[in-house]
Structure formats: structure tokens, C-alpha cells
Design a protein around this ligand. Structure first.
Ligand code: NAD
Length: 339
């Protein structure tokens, strides 16, 4: 299946097919120097498969985990490119989840002011969300994604077969972002989570989630308005993630954050789905710490915050509010207060 992202000069295709890593489409031009960025937790077979199809591959394996979205790894990769005399005609490929994807994308955006970038996501989270839309970034001083660029890939290659090696908890982590799209924009996707085993419909889940993302990104590539709906669950989720120090995954934090922004009706449909998928319904960090972390989040401006809410599955709205109004919402998802 091919989905197209229509962004005028920055348009690209997303190819979704089991086994596609071994059978890359002709439009993916790897007959040149190819810097493949992966991490130590991604089964090596995926990067080696891509390397075997590349003209002059150079593989950089960063340590797995959020810590690699750093200026240090960014600099390291740029130095590798420099030492191999990469030119503007060469390219960067990310093979892995959102961490190598965001990092490699930012390297591609920066090296010689931008060289071709292909994203080949291997986690569910990156397949349903982070590989599409052109947000690339690293973290700085504990603040997520604070240094980065909007930089669209030349193509996205999604091989759902790579999910066979993904641990179950990581699968649930990805489901959380797909659920996010369903709650804000697609009740038919939500019904798959509600009534079926989503793994049996994984290609449909990926397709439907990406269609939501594509539609939003096409209307608002640089997050001036509508694209904020993709931050549903993230306002408080990012605060939780800062407090969690790696204990909870990104999608798990977003899942808890979504509950905080949902009406009673939406929560009552979300909770059984969380239970089925193994997603957390609350967290045990102090509400005050989460609040402080939210205030440091880059999406805040001054004393006000733009937050996304849902009153009904399949729809959402954005509300500009005082920071203090977040406190009761955070309270509602700190331990023992979620029903
Ligand atoms: N750019 C965006 O629009 C966007 C959107 C959402 C999230 N993100 C970012 O994405 C990141 C999270 O992404 P993630 O959840 O993919 O995390 P990740 O990249 O850290 O991957 C999770 C773990 O799975 C391992 N892994 C990857 N593929 C595997 C496979 N096929 N089999 C077995 N193990 C595998 C990795 O080694 C890692 O340990 C965060 O940094 C978040 O900020 C970015």
C-alpha cells in the first residue's frame, strides 16, 4: 500500500508492505553514500538488510534509548559523515524507532544545510506516528525536542514484519499513539481497538492512524494551528515523561495524559481499551512535579497553554487556558484518582 503526503515541494510517499525492507521500491535511491542510523536495541538484521542494498553504506549504531537524542550523538553522526566525505548528493537513512528517526532526521536536515533523508521505522510508535510529518529533534538539558527542524523525508518505508521482534510493551507504546489519532479524529479506528485484536489488523491500524496524521500535516505542516491536535495527551504526557526518567515509555505517558484531557464519556470507553492493551491509567509522580515539568515544556508560551481535549470519540477541540487550570487535570491521573 502507498499513501502520499502532499506538501507541494516536500511531498513524499509512504510505502507499507510486509517484507519491503528486503525489496525496497525503485524510487528509494541508495546507490550512493548512505549513512544508516540505528540503535543498539534494533535487531541488526534490519540495518544490514538496508546496507546490503546501498552503494556505499556506513552504519552508525547509537545506544538504545532517549538519551541518544542528544547534541553529543548529533555531533558524533555529523563527524562520521564528514570523515567519510559525505556530500550533498548522499543520504541518511534511519532504521529503528522514533529515537534514531528524530536524531537521523535532524542530522540530515543540518548536514550541508540538508541532504536526502529516508525513514524506515521499526517500532509501532514510529510506524503510526513519528516517521511521518517531518519533525526532527534532539533533547537539551532535560527538555524534549527543544532543538530540531521541520524536515520531510524523501520517502517512508514501513515493514510491519519488523514488529515481529518488538516486545509487547513497546507494541502497546505504539498503540497509544494510534489510539490518540482515533480519539481525536477517527472513531472507526477506535472501534478496532474496542472490538478486535489490533495486532490482527495491524496494517489497517497503521494505515488509518497515518491517514489522520497525513491529513493534519498536509493542512498545517509547521504546527501553526490544527497540527496541535496531534499533541492530544502530550501536554501532561510530556510532564509525566520528564518525571518518569525513562521508567515509562513515551506512549504510556501520552496514554495517561489523554485520560486527563478526556470527558467522562471518552474515559469510560478508553479505560477498558487500556486494560486490554496493557497501558497505564495513572502515574505515581507528585502532581506538583508533573505541573512544574509541564511549565518547562516548549509548547507553553508565557502563563498560558494550548491544550487539546476530547468530549466524544472521533472529535476534539483546542482550548487556550491558564497554566494553573492544568492542576486539577493532573490530579485526576495521579495515583488512585482515575475512575
Ligand atoms: N517526530 C515526531 O513526530 C515524533 C512523534 C512521536 C514521538 N516521537 C519521539 O519518538 C521517540 C520514541 O520512539 P519509540 O517509541 O519508537 O522509541 P525508540 O526509538 O527508543 O524504540 C524503542 C525500543 O525498541 C527497540 N526497537 C526498535 N525497533 C525494534 C524492533 N523491530 N524489534 C525489537 N526492538 C526494537 C529500540 O532499540 C528501543 O530500545 C521519542 O523520542 C519521542 O519524542 C517523535
Amino acid at each position: 500500500m502507498i499513501l502520499s503526503v502532499d506538501l507541494k515541494g516536500n511531498s513524499y510517499d509512504i510505502h507499507i508492505k510486509r517484507g519491503i525492507l528486503k525489496d525496497l521500491p525503485g524510487t528509494v535511491d541508495l546507490d550512493r553514500k548512505v549513512l544508516i542510523v540505528t540503535d543498539s536495541g534494533v535487531p541488526e538484521i534490519y540495518s544490514r538488510t538496508v546496507a546490503s542494498r546501498s552503494g556505499e553504506p556506513v552504519i552508525v549504531t547509537v545506544p538504545e534509548g532517549e538519551g541518544s537524542k542528544s547534541i553529543r550523538e548529533f555531533e558524533h553522526i555529523l563527524k562520521v559523515m564528514l570523515s567519510h566525505s559525505f556530500s550533498r548528493k548522499d543520504c541518511v537513512v534511519a532504521v529503528g524507532g522514533g529515537v534514531p528517526g528524530d536524531l537521523a532526521g535532524f542530522c540530515a536536515a543540518s548536514y550541508m544545510r540538508g541532504i536526502d533523508f529516508y525513514n524506515m521505522p521499526t517500532t509501532l510508535l514510529s510506524q503510526v506516528d513519528s516517521s511521518v510529518g517531518g519533525k526532527t529533534a534532539v533533547n537539551l538539558d532535560g527538555i524534549k525536542n527543544i532543538v530540531g527542524a521541520f524536515y520531510q523525508p524523501k520517502a517512508v518505508i514501513i515493514d510491519p514484519g519488523t514488529l515481529d521482534t518488538l516486545p509487547e510493551r513497546q507494541l502497546a507504546n505504539g498503540y497509544a499513539e494510534a489510539l490518540k489519532m482515533s480519539v481525536t479524529s477517527d472513531s472507526s479506528l477506535f472501534e478496532i481497538f474496542e472490538n478486535e485484536d489490533p495486532l490482527l489488523h495491524i496494517e489497517t491500524v497503521i494505515e488509518k492512524a497515518l491517514k489522520v496524521k497525513i491529513s493534519v500535516v498536509e493542512q498545517d505542516e509547521k504546527e501553526r494551528g490544527l497540527r496541535r491536535i496531534l499533541n492530544f495527551g502530550h501536554t501532561i504526557g510530556h510532564g509525566i515523561e520528564s518525571c518518569a526518567g525513562g521508567e515509562l515509555y513515551h506512549g504510556e505517558c501520552v496514554a495517561v495524559g489523554m485520560l486527563a484531557m478526556s470527558s467522562k464519556e471518552v474515559r469510560s470507553r478508553l479505560l477498558p481499551v487500556y486494560e486490554k492493551l496493557g497501558l497505564p491509567v495513572s502515574c505515581r509522580y507528585a502532581a506538583q512535579d508533573i505541573f512544574s515539568a509541564c511549565m518547562h515544556d516548549k509548547k507553553s508560551s508565557g502563563a498560558r497553554v494550548s491544550a487539546v481535549f476530547s468530549d466524544r470519540i472521533g472529535s476534539c477541540y483546542i482550548k487556550d487556558m491558564d497554566f494553573e487550570s492544568l492542576i486539577p487535570l493532573i490530579d485526576s491521573v495521579t495515583e488512585g484518582r482515575t475512575s
